[in-house]
Design a protein around this ligand. Structure first.
Ligand SMILES: Cc1cc2nc3c(=O)[nH]c(=O)nc-3n(C[C@H](O)[C@H](O)[C@H](O)COP(=O)(O)O)c2cc1C
Length: 184
């Protein structure tokens, strides 16, 4: 593979503010193309911080935050892998159930269902998200579907809600998981 392409999906969770510096920039430096799609709330956050434009500048590809019109051509290239980083509890639940009510979910739900494009997910959740009664079933459903989860006490010990603002995401584990699935 000459120039691998990552479809990066970002949600409105902690760590979103570091995605450009900690994930996109190292991947671009390593020769990846990165096509970013964000949830509607993540788009608001990135626009208000100025990161939305900076990501487009860095990748040279428009950031998607809405579905295209039926008459429009997709602005994104075909991808070799999807990564959902950070993934909110909300988006993880929707992915497990196949709910595709925004552009980010549409892309990843199709990849999970199609089974041809590997999907890496880092759930940026706390102990209350993981204690929600449906959570375990969501994680099991995604695992059964072949989704590569960066998840568990060793990579992301769960914290109490609002107790860990600014908690650093396990960027190294996330980057390694992406490289691993593409070279597999
Ligand atoms: C400041 C702030 C931080 C948040 N951090 C998280 C988080 O780390 N993980 C999470 O699952 N939800 C978090 N949320 C809640 C999500 O933003 C919210 O559930 C949102 O509806 C998710 O939408 P999305 O999945 O479409 O991005 C946070 C909300 C706020 C306002």
């Amino acid at each position: 593979m000459t120039e691998p392409t990552l479809g990066l999906v970002c949600c409105s969770a902690g760590g979103l503010e570091d995605v450009r510096a900690e994930l996109i920039k190292p991947l671009v430096t390593d020769g990846w193309r990165v096509a970013v799609t964000v949830t509607p709330t993540a788009a608001e956050w990135l626009r208000s911080s100025g990161e939305f434009d900076l990501i487009e500048e860095l990748t040279g590809i428009s950031v998607r935050d809405r579905p295209k019109l039926p008459t429009e051509v997709s602005p994104h290239p075909t991808v070799d892998c999807y990564a959902v980083v950070p993934a909110t509890a909300n988006t993880v639940a929707k992915l497990a159930l196949g709910i595709a009510d925004n552009q980010a979910l549409t892309q990843v739900c199709e990849a999970i269902g199609g089974g041809d494009v590997p999907v890496v997910v880092f759930p940026r959740v706390n102990a209350a998200h993981a204690g929600q009664p449906a959570w375990t079933a969501h994680i099991e459903a995604l695992t059964r579907a072949g989704v590569h989860l960066v998840y568990g006490h060793d990579v992301w010990p769960l914290h109490a809600p609002r107790s860990a603002p600014g908690k650093i995401l396990p960027w190294d584990d996330i980057r390694k998981a992406i490289s691993r699935v593409v070279s597999a």
